[in-house]
Design a binder for this molecule. Structure first.
Ligand code: PLP
Length: 337
């Protein structure tokens, strides 16, 4: 099986399992799990935030952040392709009672000027613009990376206009590695950050929400209300720490593999366009004569899994459980379709 549906499909390696089995643990609802605290502190320090909060999923991190930053009747500004809009079951409305202002950005990236243009005026009948969410890298934009200069401008605009700024950094490490920037460069830009350990980093579960102490104190309460207070989860945090130590630099391989795939896909007569990958996500369109469902079923017969990502689009994601030889096999197989 060559599973390119997502970078979430990776399995823990024996070394990661070993780290998990030997982790020191305690009841984290009582603040007594040393491994969870180590993970939270490590990421907080790395990204220049005061504190962290280990959560079961990236969705929970984003939902908690939106809940803490807003009141009902507030409005969240984000790109129309954002995960918080597309893939979190409308949780911003369900959990936070907010409306959402969708911006027509470039591959999921919005600009400081677009934010300025979309701040609501102060009338009784309008929602209150309160929070901006940026996604780096943007999944639905084909793993697109923000230029740090734009994030700096966005941060300045949010501060000037009294808006909170949340970074959905599910794949922030892909962005750091591919853009050759350092986590330090992003200090002081965001009010909160969500980092996924279960994507390209290869941990089986876990995300960490970062912010200042007051934010994280409130976030802990919201996490409990959402049912996300966990007990001896140092076992899981240990997988995250292992991933951060061992699986960050190698993301470069995933990016090179995505470039390889894109180059080969471009040569196939039935592929009409490929979004040039910036990290580990390859999204391509098939020609009008081809039904993507047929291509997906054909690949499945050869043990290759991909997902449909739009009426004519298919997504492939590279990760630590697929190597170059396997991708060459994918290409050979696709040539036979
Ligand atoms: C995967 C992902 C999340 C969170 O996903 P979970 O499956 O809930 O961990 C959030 N944002 C982006 C951009 C993602 O790709």
């Amino acid at each position: 099986m060559i599973d390119l549906r997502s970078d979430t499909v990776t399995k823990p390696t024996p070394a990661m399992l070993q780290a998990m089995m030997t982790a020191a643990v305690g009841d984290d609802v009582f603040h007594e799990d040393p491994t969870v605290q180590k993970l939270e502190n490590y990421l907080a320090e790395l990204f220049g935030q005061e504190a962290g909060l280990f959560c079961p999923s990236g969705t929970m991190c984003n939902q908690i952040a939106m809940k803490v930053h807003t009141q009902p009747m507030d409005e969240i500004i984000c790109d129309k392709l954002s995960h918080v809009y597309y893939y979190e079951t409308g949780g911003y409305a369900f959990n936070s009672g907010c409306s959402i202002r969708l911006i027509d950005g470039d591959r999921g990236r919005i600009t400081a000027q677009q934010i300025l243009d979309n701040i609501q005026a102060d009338y009784d009948w309008l929602p209150v613009s309160k929070l901006v969410v940026v996604e780096n890298t943007c999944n639905k934009g084909g793993g697109a990376i923000y230029a740090i200069e734009e994030l700096q401008k966005i941060s300045a605009v949010c501060r000037e206009k009294g808006l909170k700024l949340h970074l959905d950094g599910a794949r922030m490490f892909n962005a750091l590695v591919a853009s050759q920037t350092n986590a330090k460069d992003y200090h002081n830009l965001f009010d909160s950050i969500s980092i996924c350990l279960s994507k390209g980093l290869g941990a089986p579960i876990g995300s960490v929400l970062l912010g200042d102490k007051a934010f994280i104190k409130r976030a802990r309460k919201v996490r409990k209300a959402f049912g996300g207070g966990m007990r001896q989860v140092g076992l899981l945090a240990a997988a995250g720490l292992y991933a951060l130590k061992n699986n960050v630099e190698r993301l470069e391989e995933d990016h090179a593999n995505a470039w390889f795939l894109a180059e080969e896909l471009n040569k196939l007569p039935y592929v009409s366009s490929v979004i040039p990958p910036e990290t580990n996500i390859v999204i391509f369109d098939v020609a009008s004569s081809v039904n993507p469902v047929d291509l997906i079923a054909y690949l499945e017969k050869y043990g290759i899994r991909v997902v449909q990502f739009g009426p004519k689009s298919i997504r492939m994601v590279t990760h630590l459980d697929v190597n170059r030889e396997q991708l060459e096999e994918v290409v050979r197989c696709m040539e036979g379709f």
